[in-house]
Design a protein around this ligand. Structure first.
Ligand code: ATP
Ligand code: MG
Length: 400
């Protein structure tokens, strides 16, 4: 009925009892580990599903804000639009970070300035801080060394830690005082974020980094924040830890190694996309109407003739009657998937199959990744930048 072991009356000696207890403990630990593993696996699935669902609306926000920015609009509206665009990019990165936590994908490293990154984060949080009566002292020196890091991931780490401090301070006494400090040694940058909130008891100091550990009410916190931060910092080769005493606030310390860029040669600037000499015929296949619309509008602006299909079968019908110069194909669609359409194309006309550009919202999904890796076709990741799409399309149509 779920007991770990049993002992027979009259036959119990101390060795047997000790062994039985040891066995029961390790059995329980194994059970907990299994539970944790399956919980993490289900977050992986949830994250992948979420990435797909959220990336579609995000692509629309990003794309339509870009279309608007290209128009002749007043400066104040352009500033607001730029915020919408940047924040949508950040949201996209957060979805990717959840995937990163679930699947451990590699960070995108670039040589960056931690000081300005911290200032930007503080700026991003300034409205929340004001609302929750949090004041901030920034003691970050302007000349902190640069290092290789994933910008969006670091922003996420700082925002998570600052948000935790803000929430704890506000919940305990309706406001508080934060300090952001940074120092460096020849090999390390150390960033410390200290608050004067309720603090953390010694026995909870390690637990807070575990996935799902939260003291917030249901619906308020997932308990993933710090575990994602920890994963990110460890992947950067750094350390993240907390120091606190109950009732005396908490400090979160991040140490990042100073890594110089391996290759300092800048990639040559990409040429801006220009329309081909005569009109080319494109097919856009995506089940999301906004994305079809967005792609159609921006590609038509580049003087292409664009046909649309909202599902696999319709796409395949169009493909058998018209020879397209390029096909943008969403991989994940209800009914006949993009993968199936592509396989049919490869069988019926491999030359046309070479003109396909895949669109996907989750390139870290092992099946998708495998599929993409096996084919030599270009890929556009959702949420995409319209210029990138146009450039990829131009490459394909010019490759004729
Ligand atoms: N600055 C802090 N002061 C006191 N307790 C903290 C502080 N930061 C984190 N904690 C504790 O650590 C727990 C875990 O934090 P974590 O960020 O991982 O999850 P969360 O904030 O509860 O939920 P989520 O970040 O997913 O919304 C919090 O619930 C809180 O109990
Ligand atoms: Mg949190």
């Amino acid at each position: 009925m779920g007991a770990a072991d049993y002992l027979l009356k009259g036959q119990i000696d101390s060795t047997m009892l000790e062994r039985s207890i040891r066995y029961a403990i390790s059995h329980k630990q194994m059970e907990m580990q299994l539970l944790e593993t399956s919980r993490l696996a289900s977050i992986g699935k949830l994250a992948a599903g979420m990435a797909h669902e959220i990336n579609n609306p995000l692509t629309s926000v990003l794309g339509f804000s870009q279309l608007l920015m290209a128009k002749n609009i007043p400066d104040d509206i352009a500033v607001d639009l730029n915020i919408i665009n940047t924040e949508a990019k950040r949201a996209a990165k957060i979805v990717q970070n959840l995937l990163l936590f679930a699947r451990k994908t590699e960070p995108e490293m670039r040589y960056l300035d931690v000081t300005s990154l911290l200032n930007r984060v503080q700026e991003l949080k300034s409205f929340d801080f004001k609302t929750n009566r949090i004041s901030v002292t920034n003691e970050v020196p302007p000349d902190l060394p640069w290092t290789m890091a994933d910008e969006h991931q670091l922003i996420q780490v700082f925002i998570n830690i600052l948000t935790n401090a803000e929430q704890e301070c506000f919940a305990s006494r309706g406001g508080g005082q934060l300090r952001i400090q940074a120092t460096s040694s020849p090999n390390w940058i150390r960033i410390s974020i200290t608050d004067d909130g309720p603090g953390i008891s010694p026995e909870k100091l390690n637990a807070i980094f575990e996935p799902f550990y939260t003291t917030k009410e249901v619906g308020k916190g997932t308990g993933l924040g710090l575990s994602i931060c920890y994963g990110i910092i460890r992947q950067h080769g750094g350390e993240l830890w907390a120091e606190s005493e109950l009732g005396k606030g908490a400090s979160f310390h991040i140490e990042l190694p100073i890594v110089l860029p391996v290759d300092t040669t800048e990639a040559p600037p990409l040429e801006s996309p220009t329309a081909p000499a005569f009109a080319k015929h494109l097919l856009v296949v995506d089940d999301e109407p906004h994305i079809r619309n967005l792609l159609a509008r921006s590609l038509e602006m580049q003087c292409y003739i664009v046909d649309l299909a909202e599902e696999g079968k319709e796409a395949f019908r169009k493909l058998t009657s018209i020879t397209y110069d390029c096909i943008l194909l969403d991989l994940k669609m209800p009914g006949m998937s993009g993968r199936e359409v592509f396989q049919l194309m490869e069988e019926s006309d491999p030359k046309v199959a070479k003109k396909v550009i895949f669109i996907t919202g989750d390139a870290s999904d092992p099946v998708t990744r495998d599929f993409i890796a096996k084919s030599s076709n270009p890929v556009v990741l959702k949420p995409f930048h319209l210029d990138d799409v146009c450039r990829q399309v131009l490459n394909v149509v010019q490759g004729d």
